[in-house]
Design a protein around this ligand. Structure first.
Ligand SMILES: Cc1ncc(COP(=O)(O)O)c(C=O)c1O
Length: 437
């Protein structure tokens, strides 16, 4: 066992409840005993573990945050300058005003911005503003939006309420029972379900909270109907662009989809790995932030806005979203072609920059673990998803698909013989996000 796995299995589990700070970074989500949990350094799309092994990351790229690649020189140089000039003082940093101007220029429907440093807390801010604006409590939501009480409270109403939106069995322990019934889920593209919830809770709804897009494109005027309905009822429409933003176009994906919310929330990719989040909105909604209390010391530090400005600048100058679409399309087409070649039954989904596939067999987790194990042996961090970054060059995709050619061939034969599990060198991975969005 290498140092990386040893650290996780021998120490992390004892010192840190759950082993990591983020569910998606648990080795159990990939290959529990083989995934090299810790890194020493990273650059572009290459990561070195604690044993000096290097891997090409063809998986989540910092769980969707490093859209330009690891240790991007332009962003890092801007951050280093901010550190040298003092990243925290008694006074505010002017870059937060520059960033507000840039965000409002890219999203002309918006006029004001507040900041946070993580996605979940930025969503909690947006929900607080919506509740303050409307004086109502109820939230209709679709998809995943973080760990906070407002969101997890959906599982207080019904244990299974979040099953189709987050992880099955997600525990709302510690969330005040008084919040029961304040967050109600609906499914993406299910207009009928949405309208029946609106009918049922009309007069009580403060906000509709959703990603503008995730796994599927909107169908049948879904977003337009939500926009019209919320407008008519005076309900605040919040688009969570934390993962969807900056990948299909510069800014929120809603710009490309042609539907404008009242609030849009950004985090993750907006600052290429440095903590930063922005809550952007119309002045008549955002102004209400003044009527409640939303305030935190580290929301004023300088690195976040500086990293965001440098990231947005580079995304814009290099037309990075187009690049991500191209890389993602190559990967999706490659998966399909190779699955067909080796008679594997897989389903490919997701917008190109956030691509997924699933094994359509009785034992998908065995096959997923085997896939990761075999790809690790070939020098790739890989799972059943590929989040494209600007550091992924054509050659990375090519060598990745060459490796998959061999791995799919192996898996295809194992499936035929019905003995895939016997090739596993460790336990089977746990199931991940099972959202139907
Ligand atoms: C759509 C969406 N909203 C919110 C979050 C939560 O963001 P964070 O993990 O930065 O709190 C995530 C993270 O995966 C996300 O994908």
């Amino acid at each position: 066992m290498g140092k990386s796995q040893d650290l996780y299995l021998q120490k992390a589990k004892k010192l840190i409840p759950g082993g990591t700070q983020l569910l998606s970074k648990r080795p159990e989500m990939f290959s529990p005993a083989l995934w090299p949990a810790y890194y020493d350094r990273a650059r572009g799309c290459e990561i070195w573990d604690l044993d000096g092994n290097s891997y090409i990351d063809m998986s989540y790229m910092g769980v969707g945050s490093c859209i330009l690649g690891y240790a991007d020189e332009d962003v890092d140089n801007a951050v280093k300058m901010a550190i040298d000039k003092g990243s925290m003082t008694t006074l505010n940093c002017p870059e937060e005003i520059q960033l507000a101007e840039v965000l409002c220029e890219i999203h002309p429907w918006a006029e004001m911005v507040r900041y946070a440093r993580t996605g979940g807390e930025a969503m909690a801010i947006a929900v607080r503003i919506a509740r303050a604006k409307t004086g109502k409590d109820l939230i209709l939501f679709c998809g995943y939006h973080g760990w906070h009480d407002w969101y997890l409270s959906a599982n207080l109403a019904d244990d299974k309420a979040l099953n189709e939106h987050l992880l099955s069995g997600l525990q709302p322990k510690g969330v005040p029972r008084g919040l029961k019934g304040t967050a109600i889920p609906f499914n993406y593209n299910d207009t009928k379900e949405f309208l029946s919830l609106v009918d049922k809770y009309k007069g009580e709804i403060s906000a509709v909270v959703m990603e503008s897009i995730r796994n599927y494109y909107p169908e049948g005027g879904f977003l337009e109907i939500i926009r019209e309905t919320t407008k008519t009822l005076g309900v605040v429409l919040i688009f969570d662009e934390i993962t969807s933003g900056w990948r299909l176009n510069l800014g929120g994906a809603h710009l490309k989809l042609g539907v404008k919310p009242d609030i849009a929330v950004f985090a993750k990719a907006i600052s290429n790995g440095y903590p930063m989040a922005a809550v952007l909105g119309r002045a008549n909604v955002m102004g209400v932030a003044q009527d409640t209390f939303i305030s935190s010391t580290y929301w004023t530090e300088r690195i976040g806005p500086v990293a965001a400005l440098a990231t947005i600048n580079k995304l814009r100058q290099n037309d990075v979203p187009e690049y991500l679409i191209t890389r993602g399309e190559e990967v999706q087409e490659g998966w399909k072609r190779l699955a067909q070649k080796h008679h594997l039954d897989i389903t490919v989904s997701g917008i190109y920059p956030l691509s997924h596939f699933s094994f359509e067999y009785e034992n998908p987790l065995v096959l997923k673990t085997l896939f990761t194990q075999l790809m690790l042996e070939k020098g790739f961090l890989a799972t059943t998803a590929f989040y494209a970054s600007y550091a992924h060059r054509e050659k990375h995709v090519q060598t990745y698909l060459e490796a998959i050619d061999e791995v799919f061939e192996f898996a295809g034969k194992a499936i035929e013989k019905g003995n895939a599990e016997q090739y596993l060198k460790g336990p089977i991975c746990h199931s991940g996000f099972g959202r139907l969005t």
